[in-house]
Design a protein around this ligand. Structure first.
Ligand code: AMP
Ligand code: MG
Length: 370
């Protein structure tokens, strides 16, 4: 299949290409489009045959349900049964925006969208292109992230093309996504709203509105627990090279670890903040075995760049990647959730001066600093 690639220009009128993409959606085809979180892979959310094509293009497991995207908040009425007070309050406060609500599913939603569950996930995005596309299509758009399953989510049009060229009808390139991490998913169907996936709407923001919010205990990494969002059980966002996260004080060992890896003749990818990067540059200078990426000063910059950096490492091919973590306040909860998943839970912590893997597994010999 030929995949059309359309670059949008926010200073011009893009309505002709958006109408063309909407026409593809109405014809049952799949199109990629920008949202404020990451790029989405969209199809007619009420057409089971069209939705099947999303699963095929991504290689997504059939038990992982999709999010339905709407342009006007009250369109949720067609997709959901009765909404409770929490769901109404969250929609009123955070829509349009990066928040997905899990609500009871109505009969209008094909069961392939919800992977057979009695609930459905709904989001009203704020990105102007996403909104214009949904409006022009005249129906809810089912859309997961526009990556091959398991790879980091795409945050630029070119990243989408890398995974989807030849598999879908078109890519609408609306520039880099502002938030860079997928939406916060909140299950509103229980007595207390529960965060199934952390994202751009933070725990603190939800707590301020609702008073009390739960976090799915499976997110803390306990392997015995089954996450309530089926998608969260899969390894995800993973770059090709093994990735190690240096959490908390373990970050201080970054220079030593880089030195060890270089001594073992490994090409090392490094992702750290501005200060860490300046230190690494000073210590190692220009070294062709060192691929250094810096995310600047704050969590917002790290969130916006994280998936792009991980994909960029894949293009440059290091043998191993070392990344420093951040604290879990605010956006940090979502960032560390994605980083740990990308690392397959290979997080390094410092205990009594010793570097250990957080899950208790042994360090590979080249990483052992003793
Ligand atoms: P993605 O489409 O890649 O943004 O992932 C959507 C996330 O929402 C996945 O983790 C899904 O498992 C989760 N999700 C979608 N629908 C539901 C639902 N009805 N109940 C719980 N989690 C859901
Ligand atoms: Mg995804």
């Amino acid at each position: 299949m030929q995949t059309f690639y359309w670059q949008l220009d926010d200073k011009k009128d893009n309505s002709a290409v958006i109408r063309q993409a909407a026409y593809f959606i109405r014809r049952g085809e799949v199109v990629a489009f920008p949202t404020e979180t990451v790029y989405g892979l969209g199809a007619d959310g009420l057409d089971a045959e069209a939705v099947k094509k999303i699963y095929a293009a991504k290689g997504r497991p059939a038990d992982n349900p999709l999010i339905l995207h709407i342009a006007a908040c009250d369109e949720i009425k067609i997709l959901a049964g009765e909404l409770n007070a929490n769901a109404k309050e969250l929609a009123a406060r955070f829509w349009p925006g990066p928040l997905t609500l899990v609500v009871p599913k109505s009969a209008a939603v094909p069961s392939i969208v919800s992977a057979g569950l009695s609930t459905v996930a709904v989001r009203c995005p704020s990105h102007p292109v996403a909104r214009a596309l949904i409006e022009a299509a005249g129906r809810p758009i089912a859309a997961p992230s526009a990556n091959i399953s398991g790879r980091p989510s795409p945050t630029t049009g070119k990243d989408v093309l890398e995974d989807m060229d030849g598999k879908i009808a078109c890519v609408l390139d609306g520039g880099p996504c502002g938030i860079g991490l997928e939406s916060t998913v909140v299950d509103t169907t229980g007595p207390l709203p529960c965060i199934l996936r952390p994202g751009g709407i933070t725990y603190e923001m939800l707590e301020e509105v609702l008073g009390a919010v739960e976090i799915d205990p499976a997110l803390a990494g306990a392997e015995s627990l089954r996450p309530k969002a089926p998608g969260m059980k899969y390894r995800h966002y993973a770059p090709q090279a093994p990735l190690y996260i240096l959490e908390g004080e373990a970050g201080e060992k970054l220079p030593q670890m880089i030195a060890h890896a270089l001594k073992a003749n490994l090409r090392v990818g490094v992702l750290t903040d501005e200060r860490g990067a300046a230190k690494v540059k000073k210590l190692f200078g220009a070294n062709s075995a060192l691929i250094l990426k810096s995310f600047g000063e704050n969590k917002k910059e790290l969130a916006a760049g994280l998936f792009y950096f991980l994909r960029d490492f894949d293009r440059q091919g290091p043998d191993v990647i070392l990344a420093t973590g951040v604290d879990e306040k605010g956006l940090g909860l979502a960032i560390m959730n994605r980083m740990r998943k990308a690392a397959g839970q290979q997080s390094l912590v410092l205990r009594d001066g010793r570097l250990l893997l957080r899950n208790g597994a042994a360090l590979p010999p080249w990483l052992s600093l003793e």
